[in-house]
Design a protein around this ligand. Structure first.
Ligand SMILES: [Zn+2]
Length: 448
């Protein structure tokens, strides 16, 4: 009942949002037109006139292009001079801006707050998570992130959030969600704050091969798009060690076999070298954090084509603003001392990188700061940095057919920035225009 009220209030919110931007919104058919040099005026389309269009696949930035949007899809791209507006077409003028595909964050926790006080954590309820998710989904979308992979939420609040976004009831990014992350008893995914007599357990706790198989199947039953596991200990959990492996190689092999057989990818939270290596050998699709990644892990990740999701900006944010409870402080210090150095080694060695932030460890909406770290601290070119949050992230998610580049047939997920992101990726932290699935969710371009 309470949750229904949340949805109703949010519906009003999104309706008023849509009202503001209704002049830009196109609700047309979904028939895909072919790309051609001269695009015929079919009507009912949205023509997005862009000053420069960043092609993240090549790095080209052609001037004065028009992106044709029909319904929720990009249907054509051509020189603006070749695309005349027909009757019934809407025109969005972004001729003073550079347009690029909506960004992707493959490691979020939209239903979590930026608060690690143990009592706050214990007082969390599914209803609170759901409400936080509504708020954070909007903030994340308006930051230019039109797609996220949410890796860990209780009570399938992430499934509800994804479904309500997809139903158009609340604004938010496209989501792939994991449900409760799998982990061992007493591990990073368990709940270790209370003594034994309270009998509190993390929802994804499963030990041994039959139990982990059951948990994978149960998560899928209740709506998970992917499986998240704890391969090692973590930082923001009591009594475990980030360097110690948690699941055994055999348990992770069983998880991956079931998940892949059922069409789901596996993301492994892993700090310690042993856990990174075992998870990679077990065939997970991505290593999240990777703090103590060593040469053996790098070689294995390259051999298996495993993505590294560095979640690096959180180190900077924590050093500047972090106010963690004492039980987590030493672990954060230890991990921060090595994480960036090892990420740089992995990048130099050619390990594939996808943008992931761990947003919730710092306030939601700062996701684009991650690209700044990749470029200005890790030595990527701006194009490489942007590719981690577009084509690479889409590839990791198995969504290259729908997100990650401005290509006919893909979802019309576009952001605009003032200036050239290939000169300074920090402008991605100030995104004045966001379109997702052909609907404009943010437009501050008039004020520029
Ligand atoms: Zn995380």
């Amino acid at each position: 009942m309470r949750f229904q009220q949340v949805c109703l209030r949010s519906t009003k919110l999104v309706l008023s949002l849509l009202h503001i931007t209704v002049a830009c919104v196109c609700v047309g058919g979904s028939v895909l037109a072919q790309q051609s040099s001269a695009v015929s005026a079919a009507g009912g389309r949205t023509l997005v006139r862009v000053g420069h269009l960043l092609d993240v696949t090549t790095g080209a930035e052609p001037a004065e292009q028009t992106i044709v949007v029909t319904g929720d899809r990009i249907t054509a791209i051509a020189a603006s001079s070749a695309v005349a507006a027909g009757p019934g077409d809407k025109v969005i003028d972004l001729s003073k801006f550079t347009v690029l595909p909506g960004l992707i964050d493959v490691h979020t926790h939209l239903t979590n707050a930026n608060n690690f006080d143990p009592y706050f954590e214990l007082s969390m309820t599914p209803a609170k998570e759901a409400i936080l998710g509504v708020e954070n989904a909007k903030v994340t979308l308006e930051a230019g992130f039109t797609t996220v992979r949410n890796v860990g939420a209780n009570s399938f609040t992430d499934v509800a959030l994804r479904d309500e976004i997809n139903a158009g009831h609340i604004p938010g990014p496209h989501m792939q969600v994991s449900g409760p992350p799998l982990g061992i008893t007493g591990g990073h995914m368990d709940q270790n704050l209370l003594p034994e007599e309270y009998h509190v357990q993390g929802q994804g706790v499963a030990d041994g091969i039959p139990a982990v198989q059951h948990m994978v199947r149960e998560n899928i039953k209740y709506g998970a798009d992917l499986i998240k596991i704890g391969a090692t200990g973590g930082v923001l959990s009591k009594g475990d060690d980030p360097q110690a492996s948690q699941y055994t190689l055999e348990e992770m092999q069983a998880i991956v076999a079931d998940a892949h057989r059922l069409g789901r990818k596996v993301a492994a939270h892993a700090h310690g070298a042993q856990g990174i290596l075992w998870a990679t050998e077990a065939g997970v699709d991505s290593i999240e954090h990777g703090s103590y990644l060593d040469e053996a892990g790098i070689a294995a990740m390259k051999a298996h084509g495993t993505y590294l999701v560095p979640t690096a900006y959180l180190v900077d944010w924590m050093q500047q603003y972090g106010n963690l409870p004492p039980i987590y402080q030493q672990k954060m210090k230890d991990v921060s001392a090595v994480e960036k150095k090892n990420a740089i080694r992995a990048i130099k060695a050619g390990v594939k990188i996808a943008l992931g932030t761990d947003a919730a460890v710092y306030p939601h909406g700062l996701n684009a700061h991650e690209i700044d770290v990749y470029v200005n601290q890790f030595g990527m070119t701006p194009l490489e940095g942007i590719r981690t949050g577009t084509v690479n992230a889409a590839d990791l998610m198995g969504w290259s057919d729908r997100v990650g580049s401005i290509t006919p047939g893909k979802w019309a997920d576009l952001i605009a920035v003032e200036g050239d992101p290939l000169k300074d990726v920090r402008i991605l932290q100030q995104v004045p225009f966001v379109m997702k699935s052909g609907v404009v969710y943010k437009d501050l371009t008039e004020r520029r």
